[in-house]
Design a protein around this ligand. Sequence first.
Ligand SMILES: Cc1cc2nc3c(=O)[nH]c(=O)nc-3n(C[C@H](O)[C@H](O)[C@H](O)COP(=O)(O)OP(=O)(O)OC[C@H]3O[C@@H](n4cnc5c(N)ncnc54)[C@H](O)[C@@H]3O)c2cc1C
Length: 402
Amino acid sequence: MNLLWFRRDLRLSDNEIVSLATANNASVLPFFIIDPWFYQWEDVGQARVRFLFESLENLHNNLQKLGSSLTLFEGNPVEILQQLTQYFLDRQQTPKLYFNRDVQVEYGITRDRAILDFYRSRNLDYHLGLNHFLQLQDNRDRWFAEYYTYQRATPYPAPKNINTPSLEIPLPQLSFRQLKYKYREFWQMKKVYFRGGETEAKTTLRSFLDRRFEGYHWKLSRPWLAQWGATSHLSPHLTFGTISTRQVYQKTKAKAIELSHIPKAEFSLKNFRDRLRWHDSFTQRLYFHPEIAYQNRYPEFDNWYNPAELSPQKQALFQAWQDGLTGFPLIDASMRQLKHMGWMNFRMRAMCATFLTINCGISWHHGARHYMNYLVDGDLAIDNWQWQMQAGITNPLSETFR
Ligand SMILES: Cc1cc2nc3c(=O)[nH]c(=O)nc-3n(C[C@H](O)[C@H](O)[C@H](O)COP(=O)(O)OP(=O)(O)OC[C@H]3O[C@@H](n4cnc5c(N)ncnc54)[C@H](O)[C@@H]3O)c2cc1C
């Protein structure tokens, strides 16, 4: 029995573990684990959780079309996986666990290690795949070459059917109806700007490459145009893996070849592909340096930027920034957009971060946390490093830092 554990790779196409686990009509149990630990935090992010749930539901629907379904377990993932494994062992079926690497900080790293230790200690087989390009041994000189080799390789095809036997597993489970009810504070939003799921991800990419990409290279700096779709709006999809960066890369490259007689179009698409690469390079950085999610890259700045509680005066300033009440119209409009929409374009994210850190002298730790609380695409790998960049502390020799 192949245990197919989805995490932040919520798609059927170009998904290494889906392709391998379902090969040769093997018996497969696709599942996701709702870990209540995540939902207790203030900054878990309503827009993001809603996007996740919608993506899970879409994955379930797409699996059903192939004769399968997505089982939702609820509980501590280490315990669930141990019990699930034992369930099959008790029935003389040898389980093989498939999951993709997910770049995490302490909690996720410890969790994955415990699961792998359990499998190794029982001499059980597992397959640890790649969700997107990731160098496992630090070799900076080869990073670019390996990145492009990965992006140009043939994507994993989606399965045509999936063989999932009917099972009565005595572990805590949720139906989608129960999920939406139990976690309803995340589900009920006044207005939803970003719909989750692989189906939606493909539609979003198609609409971007059909027309929206035109003028991307200059429109991306215009908040109004970016909000209305001049940038791809694929960020939450890339965060939750409802589409792979490789799929986006290859479709974009094909479009650029088709339009090679229009230099401006090619230029826009090249700019876009560069940003896709940034996505993977930020993830790569967190993989080798998980500490940068919370610490300054250079301790020289520890006295200046740290997560210590703010003085009452700074707290008032921070509150005004969060609420969009600083008196600076562009900052205020952007900060209100973040709360309302769960999204801001790149330049506005950068400007508001610089304003808080450099102009207000408030540590990036506070701002990054606020962004994570509201961004539908919140990704620690990008958010926290971008905050350090905008605070001017990723290069101690740079003159940005005042
Ligand atoms: C302070 C700050 C915090 C940020 N936090 C996040 C975050 O939590 N999650 C997130 O996905 N992006 C983050 N970004 C990067 C960027 O703003 C968003 O990726 C982008 O605005 C998303 O819109 P889009 O999908 O339309 O982007 P597009 O312009 O269409 O770009 C395509 C994709 O490339 C990647 N990308 C684009 N810009 C960047 C960048 N500067 N760095 C790394 N990858 C990039 C994203 O995956 C994006 O979806 C942050 C930027 C700043 C300045």
